[in-house]
Design a protein around this ligand. Structure first.
Ligand SMILES: [Zn+2]
Length: 175
């Protein structure tokens, strides 16, 4: 069973401007930083497909397969780091700058007042920043959690592959 559907657009379309203001070291220790059984290392290496929004030599942004809201994206370093506090400062800044750009695109696409960006360290042990367009102030705290307690939490459902591909393309175009 394929967990991830293929990305809709060629890599060339993903060369965007997230890191324009950041001085990026020329050679990264990408291969040394990869782990064989890490889901996000595999996505970063192109061994698993994803609905990509942005990609450069150091970072990758793609849609979460269980979105809290349509457009819910993840920004990851290509190098394997478990915790966000272990990211080298320049890499953390690249990820934040990318998330900011995605947030501006989300505000335009979804006409929301605010976009959440957070690291939780849950599910995949490879640092990833969630970027979520907030239609409600409790979108990232979960209204169900507040109402029914922590045991009520369930993973948000997947949305159709065609929709995911359309959303990824729309955000890429809007970046
Ligand atoms: Zn990894």
């Amino acid at each position: 069973m394929a967990i991830f559907a293929p990305t809709a657009s060629p890599q060339a379309d993903l060369r965007l401007n997230c890191t324009a203001t950041i001085a990026v070291p020329k050679k990264k220790k990408f291969l040394e930083g990869r782990l064989e059984n890490c889901l996000f290392c595999k996505i970063a290496a192109g061994q698993l497909p994803a609905y990509k929004i942005y990609e450069d030599a150091d970072i990758l942004a793609f849609l979460d397969l269980h979105p809290i809201r349509e457009g819910h994206a993840l920004v990851i370093p290509k190098e394997h780091h478990v915790w966000f506090e272990d990211l080298p400062p320049a890499l953390a800044t690249q990820m934040t700058t990318c998330a900011q750009q995605i947030a501006r695109a989300m505000k335009q696409v979804y006409q929301v007042e605010r976009v959440a960006m957070f690291y939780t360290g849950i599910h995949v042990p490879h640092a990833h920043a969630h970027v979520v367009p907030m239609h409600h102030v409790h979108d990232v705290t979960s209204a169900a959690y507040l109402r029914e307690g922590p045991d009520s939490f369930t993973t948000p459902p997947q949305i159709p592959a065609e929709t995911m591909a359309e959303v990824a393309a729309l955000l890429r175009r809007t970046l």
